[in-house]
Design a binder for this molecule. Structure first.
Ligand code: SAM
Length: 344
């Protein structure tokens, strides 16, 4: 174990990783936590974090790093790390807590209650959202601005709920009517149960008298935060949302493996084919400087294939070192990775 002493001019810090993150990623949790920390360091902390690595203190593993004194704003960014449990400044053998106040506006059951086959883990969803925002031109706005987030393959809304946690406007598209119904039921019940005043309506959207999709629109009364979920093919996104209206797009692509009841018609296209067809629409929905972040199963498409498709659509892939550290094993059939790209 390397020394935890204070290097000259630098403080040493130790980040305690959420036990839940260890359960989700098992061995990979350290690498993912280090990679996410590197992206935060690069994007919003002026590359001031050094020596980011797994360390043990008193037999407990931490992510250690060194940095010139962290300001309260630095700590406010790091509070939102998807695996952050607690942060300490290390003084010799003593740990001094650094106050962490994540953006979280609601109880975390908003992201944890729903359980279903095919759900994207909520911690991983937070990681993907963070890394995508940080790769966009709006990373520095994470703490200050109500961003607009779209998940164009939103399933039962894990990304929508995570965006809501941050106080952002959340939009989603999914073709599976059962996912749409389940989300409508969940969010209505949850808002009622928490006594959060809101308006909610489900409508059928028509063009030339033909139904093109169902739509859930929710507005929270206090601050006007919006949830907007459309049940339609993602390739039709521009029929529902204005061009250049989203700061980030975040999606967990179909894994190319069956999740129990998920064999509905139209969902059978391969993930790579789906992305290449939808990318021109997704790109148009992003505002300049916005970023798209995709998670996918590397068994069904290579990183080069995805980065190539993103570049062909006119996006700038963030492929520098900190963005290449997210590949991890989920189970026997899935080795997942993340790719992010910015609209110039
Ligand atoms: C990996 S799942 C996303 C799960 C989601 N993040 C969640 O936690 O619920 C991929 C989603 O893509 C949706 N999908 C597949 N093809 C689609 C298409 N052409 N248009 C819209 N949604 C599609 C599926 O219905 C599925 O919900």
């Amino acid at each position: 174990m390397s020394s935890l002493g204070t290097a000259q001019g630098n403080g040493r810090y130790a980040l305690l990783v959420l036990p839940a993150a260890n359960r989700v990623y098992t061995q990979a949790s350290w690498e993912l936590a280090c990679a996410e920390l590197r992206v935060f360091g690069h994007a919003v902390l002026g590359d001031r974090l050094r020596e980011i690595e797994r360390r043990e203190i008193g037999g407990v593993p931490y992510v250690g790093f060194s940095a010139a004194e962290l300001t309260p704003r630095d700590a406010a960014f790091l509070a939102n790390l998807s695996s952050a449990h607690a942060l300490f400044r290390v003084h010799g053998r003593l740990l001094e807590p650094v106050e962490l106040r994540p953006l979280d506006r609601f109880d975390d059951d908003l992201v944890t209650i729903q359980r279903y086959p095919g759900k994207t883990n909520e911690r991983f969803t937070r990681l993907l959202l963070n890394v995508t925002i940080l790769a966009s031109s709006f990373g520095a706005d994470l703490l200050d601005r109500r961003l607009r987030v779209l998940d164009p393959l939103c399933g039962r809304g894990t990304t929508l709920n995570q965006a809501l946690m941050y106080g952002f406007d959340a939009a989603g598209i999914d073709l599976d009517g059962r996912d749409f119904d389940a989300y409508v039921q969940f969010i209505r019940q949850w808002l009622q149960h928490k006594r959060i005043k809101h308006r909610a309506e489900v409508t059928t959207v028509r063009r030339d008298r033909h139904a093109v999709g169902r739509r859930l629109q929710v507005t929270l009364t206090v601050d006007g935060i919006e949830i907007d979920f459309v049940n339609a093919d993602t390739g039709r996104g521009l029929e529902f949302f204005r061009p250049r209206s989203f700061d980030v797009l975040v999606a967990d692509l179909p894994y190319g493996v069956q999740h129990g009841s998920r064999a509905a018609a139209g969902l059978s296209r391969g993930p790579f084919e789906l992305v290449t067809q939808a990318l021109p629409v997704w790109m148009e929905l992003l505002r300049p400087g916005g970023a798209v972040g995709l998670a996918w199963n590397t068994h069904v498409a290579t990183r080069d294939a995805l980065t190539g498709a993103l570049a062909d659509a006119g996006l700038e892939v963030a492929d520098a070192e900190p963005y290449r550290g997210f590949r991890h094993r989920v189970d026997q059939a899935i080795v997942r990775d993340i790719v992010v790209a910015r609209r110039p």
